[in-house]
Design a protein around this ligand. Sequence first.
Ligand code: GLC
Length: 425
Amino acid sequence: MKIWRKMLTVGLSASLTFALAACGSGPDEVKGDDNGKKITLTYARGKDQTGATTKLIKAFEKEHPNIRVKFKEMPSDTGVSHDQYVTMFSGGSGEIDIFDLDVIWPAEFAQAGYLEPLDRYIQRDRIELDNYVEGAVDAGNYNGQQWAMPKFMDAGLLYYRTDLVKKAPKTWDEMMEQAKEQKGKNGAKYGYLFQGKQYEGLVCNFVEFIGSYGGQVLDEQGKVAINSPETVKGLKKMTELAGSDLVPGNVTAITEIETDAIYGEGQAVFDRQWPYHYTKMNEEGSKVKGKVAVAPLPAGDKGSAAALGGWVSGINKNSKHKKEAWEFIKFMTGPEGQKISAIDGGLAPTYIPLFEDDEVKKASPLFKDKNYVEGLKSAVSRPVSPEYPKISDIIQVEVSKTLAGKQTPEAAVKSMEKKLQEVVK
Ligand code: GLC
């Protein structure tokens, strides 16, 4: 990918400029429509738990008086949003102009032809992709083409209550011990919360548990590698926690939304969440305001592993306003837009210079922490494949069955291997 990026900024520049000039179809300056009327764009993203999107849109509209942006809020569950997008785009809908894609979607959406390729826009506006975190740029790249711009990065984190925990635990066992000790104090009914529902968040938690014991879904060559003693160990630890009295009895119904609600009520000692949770927990009305700290997720015997999440922004291939849509993406994923997302939304920037910005550094302790920023680079990706939804479904079903005690971790891992081999050839 690195090589590709270089080609994009250096080698391809001459030929692309020529090709665009020759066919006259390059992205032009935005001038509004022919009657000088305002153009309205529709921007879709999952439910915003903060006010950042509205603020971002206002700031953009102020700089672009000829463009209005309508915000279409999609469901908070990434899998449910995914299916709604697929229904719309496969039917050729142009209702949405711009949308945020979970990092697990670009390969599939690019291959299905739902996205406008962005290289020529990036080229024309001389966007320096080297200023962005590499993993986040790669998430929007498929087959050498950039299909989406990196908006923010997610990585799983351990949150703990500073009124209960003196020192962040280093391992799963230490965490469980401390959770047991502190449970019941200061309103903390539960020791630990994680996302155990059968949905994409479960896959992220699974990847973290197995990663911390050295297990993986696919190996570096993209071959199924899930059936290993390391994966079994990780899934065993996950199952042990899910079956313990440290977590709520309905842990298999918990997503990020419930985690925010329960932790925000001060009902748990620890939880596993993404970076925005820090901002959310320190909002007015949160019972843990000023009492939350963040640490790397607990380690298994191979260290700590965080799942790489995050969102990139792309243009619907059937949008009628691609030039204006690009202007919005450029703003939203550029320094100004990402600064708003970081400060008001608690979202970790992908635009590297922002980690040196004083206001961003003040917004969350994460953003001024060199270890965190470095940690983002080594977070574990979920498989990159146009078949990702099938891969995810297999993991979701088998892990859920295991957490519900309907099969052993060993049986789950064998079954996942067999099913995954039918999808990943
Ligand atoms: C967050 C992550 C995303 C992940 C999802 C799972 O939104 O950014 O990558 O798939 O959570 O719930």
